[in-house]
Design a protein around this ligand. Sequence first.
Ligand code: AGP
Length: 605
Amino acid sequence: MCGIIGYTGPLSAKRVLLDGLSQLEYRGYDSSGIGFFDSDFSVKVIKTTGKVARLKELCRDVPEEVHCGLGHTRWATHGGVTQENSHPHQAGRVTLIHNGIIENCHQLTTDYHLEGKLRSQTDSEVAAWVLDALYDGEPLSSIRRLIPLLKGSYGFCILFSDHPGEIYAVRNVSPLVAAYTRSGSVIASDLTALIPYTRSYTVVPEGFVVKLTPYRMTFYDEEGNQTNAETMEVNWDTDSARKNGFPHFMLKEIHEQPEALKNTILPRLTQGLPDFKADGIGDELFRECSRIRIVACGTAMHAGMVGRALMEPLLRIPVQVSVASEFRYEDPVIGEDTLTIVISQSGETIDTLAALRLARERGSRVLSIVNVKGSTIARESDYVLYTHAGPEIAVASTKAYSVQLAALYLLLCRMALVRGKMTREEGKEFVKDLLDAVPAMDAMIGQSDVIKTVVRPVVSRQDAFFIGRNLDYAFSLEGALKLKEISYIHADAYAAGELKHGTIALIADQVPVIALATQDSVFSKTISNVREVKARGAYVILIAKESAPVETGAADAVIRIPDLHDRFTVFPIAVVLQLIAYHASVLKGVDVDQPRNLAKSVTVE
Ligand code: AGP
């Protein structure tokens, strides 16, 4: 979604803002701009469609002596990709950048007679003009009068032309983090743009107004009283957010998975069994629920599908997975007896946040699995299980998926122990098998070149199919999403037994089929399905265990994974599926880390 950065202090604001926008490019965008107090204290705006590199060109003549300004990367929601629609927006004495959606902008346009004033089609410009109409020379009270008029999500950073050197900000749902540092005061939509300047930061509390000057950062609560806000420590280093020599963030993050898995699992083991005391999650949460609902989007939802496929058979209670954006329309049967597990890497996905709020309204207790500390979803959950994958920059989620799985496996094991579905010995065996996934992932990372070779015939195709049975089907969902979102090859995941009920009509000569056959109990049936597609000319990549009895010629390529217990094959498989997508994208020459139309954190509904 949109990227935001604001700075005021002794450094060159041009440099801070443009560097910050470069750090935020990963969020996905289509235009960018900066607004700043020029050396004559007038507010100037430079903005353009296209990449930040183009904006830097246009800012070449901005003096280094500029010390206060705002920067924005726009991911179009209201209004197309045009220069007028890009941010910052200027409205009288107000210059504003915005991340989010103002749902009642049309009503405000009418109420404030803005029809003749608007130069863009954006909700953000409407907000700027309304604020200008309310502005009486006092920023704080003017912003306070604006807030109740708005419906929807916003993260605003604002300059008032008669308050040089000062930045004001306020948020509702959309994220904002801020810090006062020796280099001045800085605010951004996420930590990636902040960590070059600070290791301590504050998540701007919703509804609070923050005022930044070169010498201090001040928070004002809903009543306008000066107040304090919690400071947190960054647990990422700058390098983590850089490529460390890899050609793409995605490949770096694929390689980081074994370490991420260990960092997520090991701190939660006591005597070889899962222990969530340090996370503030007590066993009563697992003992008292009689049903589980998992809610998430995209890759996080696919992790939830794997969790469900394991939980229900073992715990013997209903476990359902809902797509977050549909959850609110399902009028779900959930209540105090339901444990809702919300999964989100960014902790800012608005569909998932809305689902979380609905679950809580219905009396369900919410446990979230989140990778970004202090994110909105984390702060609104009853319990949080942080994954420790470090910053995930590539739009395509990889290490976040595997640590979400690890967290779900730990939860499953703890729940089974608490509910008498697993003995301590079985629990220790389960955890040992889980830890065996770490070297297994390493082994598949080592197969990257082999995988690149078998992917070549896929690259020229329009369509590809991922098939599997039982857990392999749940695993295949993520493979299809990865391939389509970064290589633009249309891919679908199918229960292998379902193909013959229609889809097999699409299997023709050289149509790629990636078949997962790692579940012993259904191995022979899956191989039969492989034969069916092979007989129709498919190009088959078969993923099977080291010891699986695969006949010569059964597939065009066989990728062997280590002999793990069936329940744990998802971890090496995940690496294979990620590398299939990664190499397809690289071979097609498209943007691996910032695929078209996509954003890293989807903060619009
Ligand atoms: C993952 O590859 C996708 N980019 C996307 O589906 C993502 O998983 C989804 O938007 C959910 O994001 P979250 O985990 O930050 O909530």
